[in-house]
Ligand binder design. Sequence first.
Ligand SMILES: NC(=O)c1ccc[n+]([C@@H]2O[C@H](COP(=O)([O-])OP(=O)(O)OC[C@H]3O[C@@H](n4cnc5c(N)ncnc54)[C@H](OP(=O)(O)O)[C@@H]3O)[C@@H](O)[C@H]2O)c1
Length: 232
Amino acid sequence: MKVALVTGASRGIGLAVADALRASGMHVVRLARTVREGTFERRTDIACDLTDPASVERAVGRVEQEPGLPDIIVNNAGVFFIKPLADTTYEDFTRTLATNLTAAFLIARALVPKMVKRGSGHLVTIGSISDYIGFSGSTAYAASKFGLRGMHEVIRQETAKSGVRTTLISPGPVDTDIWNAVDPDSKPGFTKRKDMMRVEDVAAAVVYAVMQPERIDITEIRLLPTIYTPRG
Ligand SMILES: NC(=O)c1ccc[n+]([C@@H]2O[C@H](COP(=O)([O-])OP(=O)(O)OC[C@H]3O[C@@H](n4cnc5c(N)ncnc54)[C@H](OP(=O)(O)O)[C@@H]3O)[C@@H](O)[C@H]2O)c1
């Protein structure tokens, strides 16, 4: 049975991705701060603060023990806020980088070389439209997401011809809790929540990428709502 590890899988996109991969027959490991630790039928939940390298190391060690080295990793966990540069604190910036980028690096560094040695595996990175467009108020978020794009490209180079596949999925707005503090429905210029994509739409893209025959490597997927308001 294939094993999939999904970070940030307690809610939102990560939860939908974990559910979809489990529904396709895999054993799913869900990492997040607020999951209750336990092993269930084709599911392992591990509480992990991805901003803490020791917590990541412990979680990765547990995964390798049981259910074993993953076949699929989905680096999904992330935080988001909108503030002008002048109001973005050092803490805002470093917390965003730690959650969105450094955690993905720690997970990839711990597990991808072992996938390469095995000759199979799939690293899926959940980027964002902010990994290729700069939006006002997104200094920290864009730095983290453009960083993820860069890391994805380099890991692609380093794993080329190893049998390991790498996919960057870059969604536009998806209706999740991540938007609660922004409250886009009350602000002009933002895509309204009813027009946003649903978590299942991103999960379907992940399933599409990882279910391809082994000869096909989906490098990148960009998703946008059909009715979309790009903010300035
Ligand atoms: N929603 C969108 O419009 C959108 C668009 C493009 C890309 N994305 C990206 O999609 C990903 C998921 O976003 P979402 O909308 O599903 O957000 P969400 O509903 O707020 O969920 C975020 C997830 O990340 C986890 N997380 C946050 N900080 C963590 C930490 N320190 N340690 C462990 N887990 C942590 C949360 O779990 P705990 O709180 O339980 O730890 C939660 O499971 C993010 O990378 C986001 O940038 C979202």
